[in-house]
Design a protein around this ligand. Sequence first.
Ligand code: ADP
Length: 542
Amino acid sequence: MYIVQIASECAPVIKAGGLGDVVYGLSRELEVRGHCVELILPMYDNMRYDHIWGLHEAYRDLWVPWYGSTVHCSVFCGWVHGRLCFFIRPHSADNYFDRGCYYGCKDDNMRFAFFSKAALEFLQQANKKPDVIHCHDWQTGLVPVMLFEIYKWNGMWHQRVCYTIHNFKHQGFGGVEVLWATGLNQEGYYFQPDRLQDNFNPFIINYMKGGIVYSNHVNTVSPHHAWEARFSEEGCGLQSTLEQHHYKFGGILNGIDYNIWNPELDTYIPYPYGPETFEVKQLNKKALRERLGLPDDPSKPIVCYIGRLDGQKGVHLVHHSMYYALSRGAQFVLLGSGTEASINDWFGHEKEFLSTNPNIHLELGFNEELSHLIYAGADMIVVPSNYEPCGLTQIISLKYGTVPVVRGVGGLVNTVFDWDYDQQHSPEERNGFVFYQSDNVALESALGRAIDLWYNAPDYFQKLALQGMAYDYSWRDPGEKYVGIYEFIRDKFEFPAPEPEPEATDADGAIADPDATTSSAELPIAELDATDSDAEPAIAEE
Ligand code: ADP
């Protein structure tokens, strides 16, 4: 199969969080399975160019229709650790990707609407005909909309879309200007509750909703979060849309790439180790202490936190866990960065306040290399998220024999099983500690049990760590599930022979008669009704 991934991140060249890991890891797994995979990414000025091999200008002149005119782009091509990537670089005064950051600009909605348009334009002009286009998160939510409303009529009749939602919180919003810019135009047509109109604000369109409505298959990144998104407020207002499209929605647990996240192969850690040589982990603990200037005291466990400093991650509990760990005689290491000034300032002040305490180190910023050493050197990790679609830090920690202490939400429920209380797994299958309420007492109940076990029963603590290392959270299973979905949408959605293009495109942006063009828009939706039968893929779990 020929698969094109369109995404705003791909680790390690562009990574703000788990999305980058997933896009890279899944692509690699698909290639290992014999599929042809290409990635289309924005060409940010601040990406890690040192991770791209053979970067060259592959298409000098890509003219992307934009606001009734065109924007000149170049497409660069290179290999990111073996993955073939195309980077889109616009040459316009807007400087969409030359901002020194990936996200966080006021015009992010226009930046990624443009990227989505350019990616499709590139596929069309380069005459690429993938079987499946796999889009990720709000940044590419307009890809299926434009594919089925515009590009289908320009020769992309057979392409199918799998849309993966990594975070419902960020949905991507815009006004009519997005429709005019992208050439979708027809306000009256798209500002409809069953198309792009936001479920709460009737005056804006919602990119993620567009992705859900128009894609052939939609999933989020764990079975439990799929349930949460559909039936609780975790759907962030999209519950009714998911309900309407439930027949094509499910959850697939993310994997991690065991060529990158593997203490036996990890080149970022000084002392490789595995389950057979677990004692070598102690040397990495020592190296971590040396690197961060913590006293080398073998009587203390190291608790860590690695992740974005963001409301989603339960920062109030991250903060409490620092002080609680210190009060229990443990050491604490935090590696985190945030986009919210208030949270950054808060942790900045904490860093200053705690600077005289030798047993804690707060590293504020993004540091891929250091993260590997912390996973290898720490004894336990806290993941006290408010919500967590999948969560990769606990999965990585398990592989490194670092015991996770997590809040029981989203993908954390599918991956961490409490040492003392889990009823669904035998004692030999348990791998961490779980708490449920989002308060200090609940956090202490779980972190306290972990620290107690470390102090009082080190053999059992090691047994627990080894049980975690035995789990297989590689891309093997999820890769198989995605392939099943790709095959399903490729084979089950045979469109009839191309129809003539409808004349309804309203070039000057005037409101078109919404009834005039319903036939084309209903096509993906109507076709998808066919899946509401026994042909529904077994792989889409909920
Ligand atoms: P999210 O995608 O919500 O940020 P995940 O747990 O799914 O969270 O993925 C986080 C990924 O980003 C992991 O690979 C983690 O190691 C990495 N990461 C997060 N923060 C940092 C940081 N400050 N420095 C280095 N790596 C980080």
